[in-house]
Each structure stands twice: as C-alpha cells, then as structure tokens.
Design a protein around this ligand. Sequence first.
Ligand code: SF4
Length: 216
Amino acid sequence: MDKSKLSYYEKLVSVVLQNLKNNYIDGFYCRTSEEAKNKVLNIIPPGASIGMAGSVTLKEIGVMDELMQGGWKVYNQYLPGLSSEESLKIRKEGLGADYFLTGTNAITLKGELVNMSGMSNKIVGLTNSKKVILVAGVNKIVKDVKEGIERIRNLCAPVNAKRVNFETPCGETGFCDYDLCRPPKYRRMCNQLLITEGDWEKDRITVVLVGEELGF
Ligand code: SF4
C-alpha cells in the first residue's frame, strides 16, 4: 500500500483500537497479512476447536490452511465435495466450537462492528461463541454504522454475489434493490443485520486489524 495511504489508515486504526477497548472488545494492529496470521495462530491454543463463517480475508491471509494442517479441530463447511446437508451440519457444529473465526463487513471509528448475513451463521457465531476472532483489512474502517450498512449493500454484497455466482439484484446491477430482493425470485444474502456496539464479557471478541486492503 502507498505510504501516505497507510499513514492515513494507521491514524484511523489508533482511534478504532482505543474505542474497541472502551467497548470491551480486544484489538490488535498487524502491519502485514503474515503478522496477522501469526497473531491468530498465537491466540488460539493448540488442540482448540474452531468454527467459522465465510471470509475472503481469512482466505487471503492463509490462516485457515495453517489451522487445517496444524493440531486444531476445524469445522470447515467449505471443504470441496461436501453435500449441502454435510456442509450445514459442519456449519452448525462449528457454532459450538471453542473459537469462532471470521471477518467483519465493516468496523466504525467508534469501534462498532457491522455485519450482515444470509443464513445467520455469522450472526450466531459472533453473538454466542465462547471466543471470537475477527480479522479485517484497514479498508473495512468506516465513519459510522450508516456508512457500514451502505458499504455492505453496495459493495460487499454485489461483489460477493458475483464471486459465488448467486443471483441477486445487487449482483446484476452493482447496487442494492432492497424491495426487489425477495424470495422466491431472489434469496437475500443479507437477511440479518448485526451491529455490535460492545460486549458484556471483556475481550470475548478480538479484532485483528491489518495494514492492507483485504476482502471487500
Ligand atoms: S438486499 Fe438483496 S440486493 Fe440488497 S444487498 Fe442484500 S442481497 Fe443485494
């Protein structure tokens, strides 16, 4: 990333980290993907079980491959060759794991996490898991919740729809058409909205911010 851009983002990161702390959410900054991967691997004790929700960011930093090959029990519903029933079973089992790993669609300057989910996996994992680790590139930082929702509906969802070949109005036009996006013609990728303003249990959630543009 360009030096001036990185310096701009790092100023935002220091604000976000302080506010996460105020919200009882733990936070770290890692300059690179490699550092972020090692940070996650250091947090999760050997032998722990891990559930997850789909995240391009996790894929990009390569942490899932390391966990699958290491001494961890990973519930990976995205393994090739799984039937939809098998995938759903693993997805549900992962929600009872020791750690839940995913990305965040957006993180505000006030340290709020903004996430949407089609099947609720991400929402349940974030709210109910014993420990949660979220990894996010600095490109996920937004001013406020409103901007976070805009980001999801007009960037994350349309790009994701294309990526997984899912038919939605946003995938076709690049913009959310909320009223048109109804079953049976369309299955929404963003049925549930979760705004995490803080947590009851201190440091149950850890956010690892990375000084790179990751995911979308
Ligand atoms: S409501 Fe539908 S069109 Fe809008 S962002 Fe979600 S999936 Fe896309």
